[in-house]
Design a protein around this ligand. Structure first.
Ligand SMILES: NC(=O)CC[C@H](N)C(=O)O
Length: 204
């Protein structure tokens, strides 16, 4: 049994919960830091990254989320969630938010007239016909060596994985195609199996 949370500070949450449904998987909505304790994996939904960052700070999530990733627990960031995970953001000061993945992102990168669109993507390790909805989407403009590029759209990186961290530019929860979420569920199950058990007080 694994327990996966969807961070519910802002953005579409219910659709993620539905896409994560799987055997031996409990999915919960996360609003308080204490709820992170017994989670095995976490999804950062889309929304507005600057607003999300403000709420992350306001509700004390900043360090706990970094610790969660540090503990080897998988995180899946979609759209604004991907922006939260990046080391750097193109623009004035380039400073990323949680700085979990060795990549640089460019916000709202697909141009005004194409603010939102749907397409079919080849996603490495997942499938070659995954439906994807892009809404004011970011792209990954640089990826470090540790980052596996999983998908590109018109030559731009739109999905990537760095060990236990997964991120995509689009909204996989807005289609009936749950294969990317299910790939993440598998990552969570595998990570749980290989993670050393937490140090709990042992009976003497
Ligand atoms: N759909 C989304 O999550 C959009 C992301 C948003 N444009 C941002 O920069 O944060």
């Amino acid at each position: 049994m694994v327990k996966i949370g969807v961070l519910a500070l802002q953005g579409a949450v219910r659709e993620h919960v539905k896409s994560l449904e799987a055997p031996n998987t409990e999915v919960v909505i996360i609003k308080r830091v204490e709820q992170l304790d017994d989670l095995d994996g976490l999804v950062f939904p889309g929304g507005e990254s600057t607003t999300m960052r403000r709420l992350v700070n306001k509700y004390g999530f900043f360090q706990p989320l970094r610790d969660f990733a540090e503990a080897g627990k998988p995180i899946f960031g979609t759209c604004a969630g991907l922006i939260l995970m990046a080391e750097k953001i193109e623009g004035s000061d380039e400073e990323g938010h949680l700085q979990l993945m060795d990549m640089k992102v460019e916000r709202n990168a697909f141009g005004r007239q194409r603010e939102s669109f749907e397409t079919t993507l080849v996603i490495d390790q997942v499938a070659d016909d995954v439906e994807a909805v892009f809404i004011r989407a970011p792209l990954i403009s640089e990826a470090g060596e540790a980052v596996d590029i999983l998908a590109e759209y018109e030559g731009e990186i739109v999905a990537a994985k760095q060990n236990h961290l997964l991120a995509c530019s689009f909204h996989p929860e807005l289609t009936d195609d749950a294969r990317l979420h299910q790939f993440f569920v598998k990552m969570v199950k595998e990570a749980k199996e290989t993670r050393p058990a937490p140090e709990t007080a042992r009976p003497v």
